[in-house]
Each structure stands twice: as C-alpha cells, then as structure tokens.
Design a protein around this ligand. Structure first.
Ligand code: GAR
Length: 210
C-alpha cells in the first residue's frame, strides 16, 4: 500500500507530532510525515521534525494573535501542497483556520483537542474541565470545519478525574490518550474507513466499501 502523506501543523512542544512520527517509523501507521509547519519559529515541534529528518518550516502568521493573515494562510496551503500532503493534522496548532484553507483540504484536515467535545472547546480545556467539576475528562479527534472545535467527531477517549488532580496531572493523563487516539484516527483514514455523514463519522469495518 502507498504510504499516506501527512503534513503536521504545530505551535508548541509537539508530543503529538512525536507520537505520529514514532508510529510511522515503527511501521504501525501506513503513513509518512512529509512536512511539519509552525507559526512559532523556535517551537520544539520544529526541532523534533529536524531531528527526525523531516522538512521543518516556519511560516510567519502575520499580525493576528489567534488566526493567520489570509495571504499567510495561502502560504501554508502552498507549502503543504508542495510536499504532496494528503492529510493535514493539527497537533497543538493554536490558530483558527479559515475557508480557503478548509476548502483546500476538505475532509482531509483533523485536529486533536484535550476534552470530550462538545464540552470545553477553546483554550485551557483541561482547566475548564477541572473547574467545572466533571468526573470524566478526555480527548477528541475530529475533522475540522468552520466552527471552533466543532467538526465531525472521529474518536474520543475518556479519562477519569481524580479528586486530587491538578491541571498538570490531568493534562498528562489525557495526553497519553491523545497520542493513542490520534494515531488510531490516522490509521482509519489511511485505510479509507472514515466516512463523514453530516455531523457524524461512520467507521467502516475492514474491507467494507463506502
Ligand atoms: C495538546 O494537549 C492538544 O490537545 C492541545 O494542545 C496540546 C499540544 O501538545 N490542543 C489544543 O488545545 C487545540 N485547541 P503537544 O504540542 O505536546 O502535542
């Protein structure tokens, strides 16, 4: 089987990126990371990419804090296309993407979020969960659409909240599950087993035709 070409967008330390690189390298995923792009020049995610021999590209985001300037956004699209990327993965990429980007990668753009969506979208999801007093937190992999953290859900994992949890301890436990379900979602995509039906994603059985 041809390997699925991945492009990863990351703003920070890049542990999800690392889990994906490792899973590809160990042959657990029929995929290969072709390029890592960041809006933060000194992000550790870029360092991880360089260490793995993967093209690591910093693209300036422009003047906004929470989104990319439109011309900058097209540079991201062009870069991903130039590297032949089929599936784009947001892995701690902290900027909202807009319609031109979404149109370029329609149905081929995933995000990981550290909560059981639709609860606690946006920033500091683990802190929101602790402060709200939920008994179960977790993480979600979803396709990206125009909404913030609101696209069709692919996979979720549940993590119990302990009474003495801090934001850090809860985040660490959630992160382990993030690494697991992100790789699983990529594998399902690579196998052609994800079918978007409105707000829902159907997971096809092995060999089942869409
Ligand atoms: C992860 O917890 C990811 O779910 C979160 O940022 C962290 C990045 O960690 N993403 C969001 O909150 C997006 N709304 P990493 O850089 O170690 O992968």
């Amino acid at each position: 089987m041809n390997k699925l070409a991945l492009g990863v967008l990351a703003s920070g330390r890049g542990t999800n990126l690392q889990a994906i690189i490792d899973a590809c390298g160990e042959g657990q995923l029929p995929a290969e990371v072709k390029v890592v792009v960041s809006d933060v020049e000194d992000s550790f995610a870029l360092e991880r990419a360089r260490s793995a021999g993967i093209p690591a590209v910093f693209l300036a985001p422009g003047k906004y804090k929470t989104k990319l300037e439109p011309e900058r956004e097209m540079e991201y699209v062009e870069c991903l296309r130039r590297h032949g990327v089929r599936l784009v993965l947001l892995a701690g990429f902290m900027r909202v993407l807009h319609s031109d980007f979404l149109a370029a990668f329609q149905g081929r753009l995933m995000n990981i979020h550290p909560s059981l969506l639709p609860s606690f979208p946006g920033l500091k999801a683990q802190k929101q969960a602790l402060e709200r007093g939920v008994r179960y937190a977790g993480c979600t992999v979803h396709f990206v659409d125009e909404s913030v953290d609101g696209g069709p859900i692919i996979l979720q994992a549940v993590v119990p909240v302990e009474h003495d949890d801090s934001v850090d301890s809860l985040s660490d436990r959630i992160l382990k599950e993030e690494h697991r379900i992100y790789c699983e979602a990529i594998r399902l995509f690579a196998e052609g087993r994800l079918q978007i039906e409105g707000r829902r994603v159907r997971i096809l059985g092995r060999g089942e035709k869409a």
